[in-house]
Ligand binder design. Structure first.
Ligand code: FAD
Length: 476
């Protein structure tokens, strides 16, 4: 069976408004924000309603067509890119905020709702959706769920999984499935948790029940500039060791700082080696106490300048430096690749040093943004996609940085997912036994591997027989 047979059989009117076969659409939906891989899909479906979404999936099942779910396409690991002839099924038209219940602090929303739009809508009740990926002006809650997205404020408030109570999705057979519900916690196995972060391999989410959080009563935000990047990195560990869990603690290095200042003229201290953007929030008394501890640690580590946000406008300006950092980098080179690795917090100074070494070895410019409190770094590797040597150098540099993260006891992805890009790193992280169990779990939900084929698990992950049942160094 094939796409042609689907079209012949379903040449129906309902398809006309949601199926795109022209080369322009194929090109537009060929990639996400991961620069190194693209593949025009054979067809793009953009259903307008949940009913249409199910009809599309059912038609794909009948005609044995693999499917690649897609939100806004802001993913950074090639997660929604078509593989093995998968048609794209985009959820971006499913944008209804079905209900906001301020008493139970719950929102019911369709998967294509944009993250920031939900918080803007919930604001009138003093609520917001806590996961705040820096892509929040574009990324969808369905994509956030599928990637278990993080963000600057997930240091204190945890990643997306902690804020999803239930989902309504279409499984690999085209049938509706509901998991979880508005009144957590649910006893028994955590099937919802299994689906969160599954990167579209277990079905297509149509609707979510999300937990909303109350806005903090008091917030204190400061930008601390340091001469040396390592002093900023040391301050991160010191603040946490002092017992403070900031709402956010972001590290921005000199390369990124200068690009942002050139783009937005925010009056940033461009001579600094790096800045920390630290935010504490809670009750007025707690914020006052934590502010003193943060300032003490900054001063103990030789801070050269402190810029405090006295009012909301100034706070927004400081956050602009962080949230628009990647956009600003586009001014410095034809292309950049954003990497995503994690190290234990104590190793943040070591990984910052290592990124500098890798940049020098490959004669590349690499800017660093870090969700520093989580040890989650995003080196932005600048390169020229018209020069094959530059592309090779960028790929090698990214690889070496991720290797360094693993060697330092961390992981090759913190929040951008495995997608296509990181599949081959998983052998380094998991035992054959663990990978095999994961592959078998996938088989339970999608035996034909129709949903997002060739993603998330390394090829051959289901052949772990005879491999060790544990990783070296974990068990005695
Ligand atoms: C500038 C920039 C900053 C970013 N900052 C952050 C950050 O701070 N934190 C962070 O975690 N990420 C960040 N990202 C990465 C990205 O925005 C997130 O992974 C986001 O959650 C992807 O959402 P999306 O709607 O764009 O999904 P897509 O990119 O379209 O898809 C991502 C994955 O989800 C699957 N998927 C999408 N929708 C559905 C659905 N309805 N049902 C089932 N599967 C689905 C896809 O198949 C794919 O595997 C950033 C990206 C950019 C470009």
């Amino acid at each position: 069976m094939s796409l042609q047979s689907l079209l012949a059989e379903h040449g129906a009117e309902w398809l006309e408004e949601c199926l795109y076969l022209d080369p322009a659409h194929a090109r537009a939906y060929a990639a996400d924000a991961y620069a190194f891989d693209s593949q025009p899909p054979p067809a793009v479906f953009l259903p307008r309603t949940q009913t249409e979404l199910q009809r599309v999936v059912k038609a794909c099942v009948e005609h044995d067509l693999p499917m690649a779910p897609r939100g806004a396409g802001t993913g950074l690991s090639g997660g929604c890119v078509s593989r093995e002839g998968a048609v794209q099924i985009g959820c971006s038209r499913l944008r209804r905020i079905v209900e906001i219940d301020p008493l139970d602090r719950i929102a019911v929303v369709e998967a294509g709702v944009v993250n920031l739009e939900l918080s803007q809508e919930a604001r009138r009740w003093g609520l917001y959706f806590a996961p705040d990926p820096s892509s929040q002006i574009a990324s969808t809650v369905g994509g956030n769920f599928a990637e278990n997205a993080g963000g600057p404020h997930t240091l204190k408030y945890a990643v997306t999984r902690a804020h999803v109570l239930g989902i309504r999705m279409i499984d690999a057979e085209g049938e509706w499935v509901e998991l979880g519900g508005p009144h957590a916690p649910m006893p028994g196995g955590d099937l919802l948790g299994l689906h969160c972060g599954a990167e579209g391999t277990l079905g297509i989410v149509a609707e979510l029940i999300l937990r909303l959080s109350p806005r903090a009563r008091a917030v204190y935000t400061v930008l601390a500039a340091f001469d040396e990047a390592e002093d900023a990195a040391d301050t991160v560990a010191a603040i946490v060791a002092a017992g403070v869990v900031p709402a956010a603690m972001e590290f921005i290095d000199r390369v990124v700082l200068r690009a942002v200042e050139e783009a937005f003229e925010l009056g940033l201290p461009v001579e600094a080696g790096a800045v920390l953007l630290v935010e504490v929030e809670g009750s007025a008394a707690a914020v006052a106490a934590e502010k003193e501890r943060v300032l003490h640690e900054c001063r103990s580590h030789g801070v050269r300048q402190l810029r405090e946000a006295g009012e909301e406008r100034e706070r927004a300006r400081l956050w602009k430096a962080r949230k628009h950092a990647f956009g600003a980098l586009g001014r410095l080179a034809p292309r950049y690749a954003t990497q995503d690795g994690v190290v234990p917090r104590a190793e943040v100074p070591a990984i910052v040093r290592r990124v500098g070494e890798v940049a020098r070895a490959h004669d590349l410019t690499i800017g660093i943004v870090l969700h520093a409190g989580d040890g989650n770094l995003h080196p932005a590797i600048l390169y020229d996609d018209r020069d094959p040597r530059s592309v090779r150098a960028a790929l090698d540099a990214g690889h070496e940085i991720l290797e360094a993260c693993i060697s330092l006891g961390g992981s090759p992805t913190g929040e951008h997912g495995v997608g296509l890009e990181k599949r081959d790193f998983l052998d380094r992280l998991w035992s054959g036994y663990e990978l095999e169990q994961m592959a078998q779990l996938r088989q339970v939900f999608d035996p034909q591997e129709r949903c997002n084929p060739a993603k998330l698990l390394p090829s051959g992950a289901g052949c772990g027989e005879g491999r060790p049942r544990h990783r070296r160094g974990i068990l005695p």
